[in-house]
Write a protein that binds this ligand. Structure first.
Ligand SMILES: [Zn+2]
Length: 298
């Protein structure tokens, strides 16, 4: 009886062992929902991935909450988008204040310059080309291997599969966009989030607001930009324009009324969709965006 009890206890302990280790899973804290999804694709259940931004929140305008410093202080690794997507570099500051290591995901991406700004500034919305998204994933893979080299093979395998999925997504987008007549391939949205997307998939972008929804250099709305957007719509006889899930839709709705065009739908721009929606992953948000765009413009 005693022996049976002892062996049951030992078995219990050995089962309990990994559970204790599970409690100490490394924590990755990401600034944006896209970066958090890329991280999840690479680490699976091996690490805990959290995002400072929730679905639908705008990274340019984000104001740090009291709980953010606490969250970041628990991180074994912090991931930011970079190129000032995070308004006034809030993620970098949070990581520095807590002394946590930070990796910038856009490092090594092919960059587009912010138009109309004298100093060389990189447009931060680089994830919108699948080729750049692949660079984010490689950066994240290398960063997690550094903090957990023991499971390197596992991270490499997951990343390899996901990179294949990104290549498939890339060719699918090219095929879908081809269904839109060439002269109709103009994408009008609130702010310049889609320049990488348009460059990679053969559309022309037009927006009333610049690269950031905040008051940074070269950003924000000007009467000239607003007028240029309306001119673009009229000149190309654009059938529909789009609101963004993370940006106030008022401006686009006003422009739609003035230029007599329809709202073609809502696009995921700087944030993915809420949990349980079709846009809750990067691949999902890209797929839903493309379907919305093609249906409205073809
Ligand atoms: Zn943006």
């Amino acid at each position: 009886m005693f022996l049976r009890l002892l062996s049951a206890l030992l078995l219990g302990l050995s089962l309990f062992g990994p559970l204790v280790a599970e409690d100490r899973k490394p924590v990755i804290v990401c600034s944006t929902t896209q970066v958090a999804d890329f991280a999840r694709q690479v680490v699976g259940d091996r690490m805990i991935v959290k995002s400072v931004l929730a679905a639908g929140q705008d990274p340019h305008l984000y104001e740090k909450k009291p709980g953010d410093a606490q969250l970041v202080s628990t991180a074994d690794l912090c991931l930011e988008n970079g190129w000032h997507l995070e308004g006034n570099d809030w993620m970098r500051k949070l990581a520095e204040q807590s002394g946590r290591p930070l990796v910038t995901c856009v490092e090594g991406c092919k960059s587009l310059k912010v138009p109309g700004v004298e100093q060389a500034m990189h447009d931060p919305h680089a994830w919108f080309s699948c080729t750049n998204a692949a660079t984010y994933v490689r950066n994240i893979r290398d960063a997690v291997i550094k903090i957990d080299p023991e499971h390197a093979e596992e991270y490499r395998s997951r990343a390899a599969l996901y990179l294949d999925e990104l290549r498939t997504l890339h060719s699918w987008i090219l095929r879908e966009i081809n269904k839109i007549p060439v002269e109709q391939r103009v994408l009008v949205t609130s702010h310049d989030a889609f320049n990488y997307f348009c460059q990679a998939y053969g559309l022309k972008a037009a927006t009333p607001v610049g690269w950031s929804t905040g008051n940074e250099i070269g950003a924000g709305i000007t009467p000239e930009r607003r007028q240029e957007t309306i001119d673009s719509i009229l000149q190309h006889k654009v059938k529909a324009i789009f609101v963004e899930t993370s940006v106030n839709p008022t401006m686009v709705r006003e422009i739609a009324r003035e230029a007599h065009v329809e709202i073609g739908g809502e696009l995921y721009s700087d944030s993915m969709g809420a949990e349980g929606t079709a846009g809750e992953t990067y691949i999902g948000m890209m797929r839903e965006n493309v379907i919305t765009i093609v249906q409205a413009l073809r």
